[in-house]
Design a protein around this ligand. Structure first.
Ligand SMILES: [Zn+2]
Length: 638
């Protein structure tokens, strides 16, 4: 090799490496915050991923000119365009998702697309704007030009030995083998352009093995009929059920921003009849488990067969000769939720399908429609002989947190937009309460205000609600307002005490049944026994176990399990490569920063794990994480 040729070949090697190096530098700049926390092994994985990217790029540049020679210009150009588009799409998708959520795409995204295709399309549509198309087109054009330039120069300047091609192929295969074998759970340490094809490969591999989750659909209900006659109560009950509403973002619960001006006023106006519970917890952070459990009183940890047969709120209303209604902003075609909630159907119901309304905020509709229809219905019940038991199920606080300009008080990050949605929720609540007042029904209506779960904003690296059980996703508001005459006739001492202790969404149905006189009814003891919740009007053990799960026989999830007992919040997290456990002191450490788990004794650890053993699905999750775990003698089924 002559000196000049030698220099030229070194120069072209540097040029070939320019693209992968540029991508690695850009990746480093975008993900600097995460990369600062990388361990040695994570840096090794990252390095391997860069080697893999370099090998692929080098082979591409070597093979494409041959394509030009053998297949002609048109095929060559189409191939270059397709490759450029794919690379730019993978990079923009990976980095875009990291910028939005703090994570690169993983296997869960593919499972989500498969299990909730309609939802995925809506989220994609809501997230993609004109700028994304511009980036994609301009990026593809630049990359086409770059690849073409490289290929041309390669064919005229440098004809390396076949051995260098083989060496690159060998190096690339080695990097690929290492990635497939040793990097499970290290997905976030990869350059997106390498990571995304790898997870697609893993997904296809799982598909062949048959271990990918199957599409989710709630099984058909087989409801028990309540045969016992319940005397007709003299009051109405209205449950305002919110979506993804997290407790500490309400000014009613001390948030520094005035997100709930109406609720603050409402609470101040009726200090003896408005009860806000300070330690309410959700029993699941997915709507699909949380809402059916609220409407049946059967916990997400209990077998799905019990939830299928348990009477719904409407059946209780019928037995008490009340008229029921359910007005919802949620899309009832979602994973069988609608069939579940309407078997049997309430006396009156409304959802977006009745008027073919467009989707707004995920799959739901604009709450203004729902509240309008609910208001008309409540007005129509003004002189009705039968009292009502109704649910207004809103969706205002769901991702992507869009609101009308009227509510746009705060701007910036997602959590600012989320606060705007709470301000909107407050208006919906005010309108419903004012309707009851205007039509003379307020002083005969018990009102409950609740939420199916909370919402996370990167407090522990997670967003939305499904992906973790940290405090931000399980703490919910729960308020009860009582009419004057009703309050005067009742012993409210326990209700007052319970404001300070741990309560759960599973207490909502028993509380409603207690209000309408059905909770203490002896022939109904069998139904009562099936429920894990308790009426908020009764004495509740402050140290009872509140169990939280996103997994049952229908709903797969890798999130893990959680419990709240007394002052402690326990979590088993199984989404990583090995199980992780956390324990936080609820009052001393509400932000959940100081994990006490390493400091407690093995006996205590065993008792936290054992709480889940009486429930088959949770028990199998616990035993999968700890194969030697045996049932503790002190495990209580409640
Ligand atoms: Zn929800």
């Amino acid at each position: 090799m002559t000196e000049a040729l030698h220099q030229r070949s070194i120069g072209s090697i540097f040029r070939v490496l320019a693209f992968p190096v540029l991508i690695a530098l850009l990746d480093g700049a975008i993900r600097l915050r995460t990369m600062r926390m990388f361990s040695g092994f994570e840096w090794t994985c990252y390095g391997i991923s860069v080697v893999l990217m370099m090998s692929i790029w080098f082979l591409l540049i070597r093979v494409l000119p041959k394509f030009h020679k053998r297949k002609g210009k048109l095929v060559y150009r189409a191939t270059v365009a397709l490759i450029s588009f794919t690379i730019v799409a993978l990079l923009s998708m990976g980095w875009g998702m990291y910028i939005a959520n703090g994570d690169l795409p993983d296997l869960f995204i593919l499972s989500f697309i498969r299990c909730e295709t309609e939802n995925a399309i809506i989220m994609f549509r809501d997230s993609v704007g004109v700028w994304h198309a511009v980036v994609l087109i301009v990026g593809t054009a630049i990359l086409c030009f770059w690849i073409n330039l490289e290929c041309k120069k390669q064919s005229t300047m440098w004809q390396p030995q076949k051995t260098s091609l083989w060496a690159t192929a060998l190096l690339g295969s080695g990097a690929l083998w290492f990635s497939w074998t040793f990097t499970a759970g290290q997905g976030q340490c990869f350059v997106p352009v390498v990571r995304i094809p790898m997870i697609v490969g893993m997904y296809l591999q799982n598909e062949i093995k048959g271990i990918n989750p199957k599409p989710i659909y709630l099984p058909p209900r087989d409801p028990i009929t309540i045969t016992t006659e319940i005397p007709r109560p003299a009051i109405n009950v209205l449950l305002i059920l919110n979506e993804s509403l997290r407790r500490n973002r309400l000014s009613l619960y001390g948030h520094s921003r005035n997100t709930t001006p109406f609720m603050n006023e409402w609470a101040a106006k009726y200090p003896d009849r408005f009860f806000s519970f300070e330690r309410a917890y959700s029993n699941s952070t997915t709507t699909l488990l949380s809402v059916p459990s609220i409407l049946t009183g059967i916990a997400p940890v209990q077998p799905v067969s019990e939830r299928i047969k348990a009477p719904l709120l409407w059946q209780w209303a019928k037995a008490a000769k009340m008229q029921s209604f359910y007005f919802t902003s949620h899309h009832l075609d979602w994973l069988g939720l609608g069939d579940f909630i309407t078997t049997p159907a309430p006396d009156a119901s409304w959802d977006m399908r009745h008027e073919n309304l467009p989707s707004y905020r995920d799959m739901g509709c604009d709450d203004h429609y729902t509240v309008e229809r609910a208001i008309s219905h409540i007005e129509s019940l003004k002189n009705a002989e039968k009292p009502f038991l109704g649910v207004v199920h809103l969706n205002t606080n769901h991702y992507p947190y869009n609101t009308e300009p009227l509510y746009q008080q705060w701007s910036g990050s997602d959590v600012d937009l989320y606060d705007n949605t709470i301000l909107e929720t407050d208006t919906h609540t005010r309108r419903l309460i004012e309707t009851l007042e205007r039509t003379g029904q307020l002083e005969r209506t018990v009102i409950l205000f609740a939420s199916d779960h909370g919402e996370a904003f990167h407090e522990h690296g997670y967003t939305a609600h499904f992906y973790c059980h940290f405090a931000e996703t399980i703490t919910v508001p729960l308020c009860v307002w009582l009419p004057q005459r009703f309050a005067a006739q009742r012993d409210l001492s326990h209700l007052k005490d319970n404001r300070k202790i741990n309560i759960q969404n599973l207490d909502i149905l028993p509380t409603i049944l207690d209000c309408v006189g059905a909770w203490e009814n002896e022939p109904l003891a069998e139904h009562r026994a099936a429920m894990m919740g308790s009426s908020l009007f009764r004495e509740i053990d402050p140290k009872r176990n509140i169990l939280i799960t996103n997994t049952d026989e229908v709903m797969p999830s890798i999130i893990g399990l959680s419990s709240v007992t007394g002052d402690f919040h326990y979590m088993l997290r199984t989404s990583g490569s090995s199980p992780v456990e956390d324990l936080y002191h609820i009052t001393n450490d509400p932000q959940e920063r100081n994990n006490l788990w390493p400091d407690i004794s093995d006996t205590e650890k065993h008792s936290y794990r054992s709480k889940f053993l009486p429930y088959p699905v949770s028990a199998s999750m616990m035993k999968k994480a700890f194969p030697h775990l045996s049932a503790a003698s002190n495990a209580q089924p409640r």
